[in-house]
Design a protein around this ligand. Sequence first.
Ligand SMILES: *[C@@H]1O[C@H](CO)[C@@H](O)[C@H](O)[C@H]1NC(C)=O
Ligand SMILES: *[C@@H]1O[C@H](CO)[C@@H](O)[C@H](O)[C@H]1NC(C)=O
Ligand SMILES: *[C@@H]1O[C@H](CO)[C@@H](O)[C@H](O)[C@H]1NC(C)=O
Ligand SMILES: *[C@@H]1O[C@H](CO)[C@@H](O)[C@H](O)[C@H]1NC(C)=O
Ligand SMILES: *[C@@H]1O[C@H](CO)[C@@H](O)[C@H](O)[C@H]1NC(C)=O
Ligand SMILES: *[C@@H]1O[C@H](CO)[C@@H](O)[C@H](O)[C@H]1NC(C)=O
Ligand SMILES: *[C@@H]1O[C@H](CO)[C@@H](O)[C@H](O)[C@H]1NC(C)=O
Ligand SMILES: *[C@@H]1O[C@H](CO)[C@@H](O)[C@H](O)[C@H]1NC(C)=O
Ligand SMILES: [Cu+2]
Length: 600
Amino acid sequence: MLSFLVVWLCFACAFAKDCHFTLELTWNTGSPDGFEREMIFVNDQFPGPTLEIEQGDWVEIQVVNKMPFNTTVHYHGIEQLNTPWADGVPGLTQRPIQPGATYTYKWHANQYGSYFYHAHSRGQIDDGLYGPIIVKPKAGIVKPFDRIAPAEVKLLEVAEQKIKPVILSDWRHTTSQRTWEIQLDSGVESALCMDSLLVNGKGAVDCWSREEIDKFTSPGIRPNLQQNNLTMTNKGCLPPEILELLLSQGTETNIDAIPPEVFDVCTPTQGSREVIKAPHSTNWLALDIISTAGIDTFAFSIDEHPMWIYAVDGHYIEPLLVNALSIANGDRYSVFIRLDKPAGNYGIRLASTALAQLIDTTAVLSYEGGYGNYRNATDDITVTSFPYTNQAGVNTTANVTFFQQARMKSFPPQFPQPAPEPDQTFILSLKTVGQSYIWALNSTPFDHAIDDSSPPLLYQPPVANNPGGNITITTKNNTWIDLIFVVTTINQPPHPIHKHSNKVFVIGQGQGSFNWSSVAEARRAIPQAFNLVTPPFRDGVATIPTTTGPTWLAVRYRVENPGAFLIHCHIQSHLNGGMAMVILDGVDEWPEVPDEYKDV
Ligand SMILES: *[C@@H]1O[C@H](CO)[C@@H](O)[C@H](O)[C@H]1NC(C)=O
Ligand SMILES: *[C@@H]1O[C@H](CO)[C@@H](O)[C@H](O)[C@H]1NC(C)=O
Ligand SMILES: *[C@@H]1O[C@H](CO)[C@@H](O)[C@H](O)[C@H]1NC(C)=O
Ligand SMILES: *[C@@H]1O[C@H](CO)[C@@H](O)[C@H](O)[C@H]1NC(C)=O
Ligand SMILES: *[C@@H]1O[C@H](CO)[C@@H](O)[C@H](O)[C@H]1NC(C)=O
Ligand SMILES: *[C@@H]1O[C@H](CO)[C@@H](O)[C@H](O)[C@H]1NC(C)=O
Ligand SMILES: *[C@@H]1O[C@H](CO)[C@@H](O)[C@H](O)[C@H]1NC(C)=O
Ligand SMILES: *[C@@H]1O[C@H](CO)[C@@H](O)[C@H](O)[C@H]1NC(C)=O
Ligand SMILES: [Cu+2]
């Protein structure tokens, strides 16, 4: 019925005022890492095609769901200014797109930079529904390139025009649906154990030796394992018994319900390897590094090539030169590398730094002349370059520098001076509730029955659609809001909290309990923990892990786009487990949903 649709339309909309894409979603077999499973393809591709857009365009994206289940598509980091109904969150901004149905998203590309689209329905992001979005800056946007190489600004502009997306992901051999069922059956957060890491959809299952696993086991967890006569599993994962001990609060679990291949059995595959080719005649290469990971936080580096980080989450910063990056779920970093080494192959290193698993992969940066015909990992790719980070994501020498968020400054400066006072402060308590896979962003797990709200929350008056005190934040338009994330229980990983719609300023963070009721009060006691002059400006921000004790993190944002927006942990298993809240922004200026959406 829908097969006559022309699917392959132009994916670059250069110089257009209106930009149209069709994304056809199918459920088919594929083997990105050499193991065949059912997965999601976008226009028969994995990852999905890159959407190239000019800043200022109106973008229309027709999503055709040819899969046997409901779905929605979210545009990560896109503000959805005055189009909150195009944000792609089921139950909040739309009804799910049913099998055979089509939904058309329309939004204004008012921002430039690096974004991505991904499924926002159940665990479907882990089944492969994601692809890059590049919004090319319009003329007149001030860029910080003269800070990098004053004599080569033109070359940097050219490199930026030809930027290549580098999608980093983790990959599992079981479908997201099966993974969720295993958690329900076992009572354990088994989703944490992945099978491979992928760069632009390519990778292989690369089983570590027992020696490597033991050598790189985190010293933080080693005593805990030893006390319980346990080791990291053959897949390099924390054993389920430890998850039960660390995170389940005495609830019943049934570890026997977990199939052995989920944690223990590692079967290597040949897979394939991503090779990023660069002509040697080019001085600079620009990359949009995007994490679509479901679980892992990554360390990322390119052998012998320092990176100039010039934009974070689609927004320019004062450029910082680093050797390596730590990338959390949903983060985007735009970087320049200078191609000043001899022609050849250089390793692109990706390693999990999450406590939950030791796992890595290596892709290749190849200068013209250095590469052969790489089809898969058995092909002859000789990488002899010197890595900045090892297979556990740790610096190989003392002088390797990692990007530090605390040093990042918006370019040009964004935060109003003097700093605005917040109109409301919300202190949110992050934790597991009962089982290790049930999570809360504020004491109470988000109820995913909200996903099926009909009509969606945005379509109802905001007084009628409050899903519950602990999981709803209600704000007025044009006010400033402080969100303080407090993590009091021990052994929690970093939680990469992603706020839909506009970005937040990261104004403070620290170790210890947050003993105050506001930022102003806390600043009087510990001013050094705050930056109200040049705070980082992002749409995702990770809480500090609670390895030794409680931690907290404070962000501030201005309400400028009324609508029903999700704020959630971007670790997929945490979101599935309830680590989310609804923000009803600007209830005094609540939008009227256009009729064309109401009936869909
Ligand atoms: C799919 O979406 C429809 C419409 O919202 C809903 O009635 C149905 O229950 C959903 N199906 C599943 C399996 O969630
Ligand atoms: C660990 O193993 C030792 C020796 O086999 C045994 O004495 C001890 O009770 C075991 N500890 C636990 C927590 O099972
Ligand atoms: C990998 O490439 C070799 C030839 O170089 C070929 O024989 C082999 O079948 C390929 N394997 C896969 C999984 O594509
Ligand atoms: C990695 O960096 C840390 C901090 O600078 C340093 O203490 C450590 O020695 C480095 N590791 C190696 C292997 O050089
Ligand atoms: C670290 O220092 C060594 C020795 O001086 C040098 O060869 C290497 O390039 C340096 N690495 C970085 C990342 O600067
Ligand atoms: C909200 O959280 C508090 C703990 O901070 C808890 O006592 C209360 O029961 C929760 N309310 C709901 C409705 O779950
Ligand atoms: C909401 O407030 C912003 C300023 O923060 C303003 O630009 C916008 O027009 C307001 N929206 C509505 C619908 O009033
Ligand atoms: C909060 O108070 C507790 C108990 O007095 C103290 O241990 C902790 O360090 C304080 N937190 C901070 C951030 O100072
Ligand atoms: Cu989380």
